[in-house]
Design a protein around this ligand. Structure first.
Ligand SMILES: [Zn+2]
Length: 155
């Protein structure tokens, strides 16, 4: 133990200049909160279509809505119902007023169906009427990746 301290003192005294700290997690040796965040954060598995959701061409509010939908945390009546709070659900998107859940608002409701139908025609993609929102988005993602023309439009 004494020998170790002796060696450290000799090494330190033989070099000119002052000691300074080096942050090993950045290329330039300087500490930054960004590099510290990279050290402590927990990375979850990459979502296959995350790059589409967070694409620069998509407005932020749409990206946030899609991200919330992916993790089923959109503010819909169904979430309140699942928390055990009794609620009578009636959507604002249909003339008859359906039960408001994620799939109804984003895929199967009257307005959502019209939007999907219009986008399907414009982009030459199949309209998967009646299918769940996630199924439709994943299908479109797979299809667009394989089809260069549609992929260029969406990507
Ligand atoms: Zn509706």
């Amino acid at each position: 133990m004494d020998k170790i301290e002796e060696i450290i003192e000799q090494l330190g005294s033989s070099k000119p200049g002052h000691d300074f700290l080096i942050w090993l997690h950045s290329p330039n040796g300087r500490f930054s909160t960004q590099s510290a965040w990279q050290c402590v954060r927990t990375c979850s598995p990459e979502v296959p279509w995350a790059k589409w959701v967070w694409h620069n061409a998509i407005p932020n509010k749409i990206s946030v809505t899609m991200w919330k939908a992916m993790y089923e945390c959109l503010a819909v009546d169904d979430r309140i119902h699942k928390l055990g709070i009794p609620i009578i659900s009636r959507c604002d998107c249909c003339s008859a007023g359906g039960y408001e859940d994620l799939n109804h608002v984003l895929a199967t409701g009257e307005i959502a169906e019209k939007v999907w139908q219009m986008c399907s025609m414009q982009l030459g993609m199949p309209n998967l009427a009646g299918r769940r929102w996630r199924d439709r988005v994943e299908y479109w993602h797979r299809r667009a990746r394989n089809s260069s023309q549609t992929g260029q439009i969406l990507e």
